[in-house]
Design a protein around this ligand. Structure first.
Ligand SMILES: [Fe+2]
Length: 207
């Protein structure tokens, strides 16, 4: 078996058998954008300051609560525009993107992660995309009741959730993190971004 540079596939390593048959292609990872390189370094430094290995167990417990809620809602057997599996994935990856954006913009990182993880809660209940941001008001109020946050922080998260579909408007710094993390996460998972205001946000994020 040989490894050689592919003429047709730039930067890919192509594995061939002794007979010359193609047996595999190894594609090098994409280079991270400057935003990601800088943000990951910044997060590493923050965590290093806290004594090296540091885990946010509060957030992990919060995810456990979400997991239980999603299990309960999945049992409702209502029609859904998106499968519950996507909701689970989006909760976590949107929270992580929210952390990166929040760090970049001087927004509270953990508040951003919480808001991002909960932003589609309205859709979890109704199964439907239509007006899901507004349908999140009561569920998110209920969810936050027992969270160790001030009333102001809960209100900030609530506002970010119920306004997150207003991508054409500029909202609070926390709200903007949620909107941008939402668009970026959907894009990174292969969703086709077509609405003009969504595209405008995406272009700013990945330029
Ligand atoms: Fe979303």
């Amino acid at each position: 078996m040989t490894l050689c540079e592919s003429g047709g596939m730039a930067d890919a390593l192509v594995s061939k058998s002794s007979k010359g048959d193609l047996v595999g292609v190894q594609v090098p990872p994409l280079a991270p954008t400057q935003l990601f390189k800088e943000s990951l370094l910044a997060l590493f430094l923050v965590y290093s300051d806290r004594g090296g290995i540091w885990m946010n167990w509060g957030f992990i417990q919060h995810l456990e609560q979400i997991d239980k809620l999603l299990n309960r809602l999945n049992a409702l057997e209502i029609e859904r525009d998106y499968p519950i599996t996507w909701e689970r994935v989006h909760v976590i990856s949107c929270a992580q993107l929210g952390r990166l954006l929040a760090r970049e913009r001087g927004v509270d990182i953990e508040l951003a992660a919480l808001a991002c993880s909960l932003h589609d809660i309205g859709r979890w209940y109704t199964g439907r995309q239509a007006n899901h941001a507004l349908h999140g008001e009561e569920p998110v109020r209920e969810f936050l009741k027992t969270m160790p946050l001030s009333e102001e922080q809960k209100e900030e998260i609530l506002q970010a959730v119920i306004h997150h579909s207003e991508k054409e408007k500029v909202g609070t710094p926390l709200g903007e993190v949620v909107k941008d993390a939402d668009i970026l996460d959907c894009y990174l998972h292969g969703d086709e971004i077509t609405k003009p205001f969504h595209l405008a946000r995406l272009e700013k994020l990945i330029k």
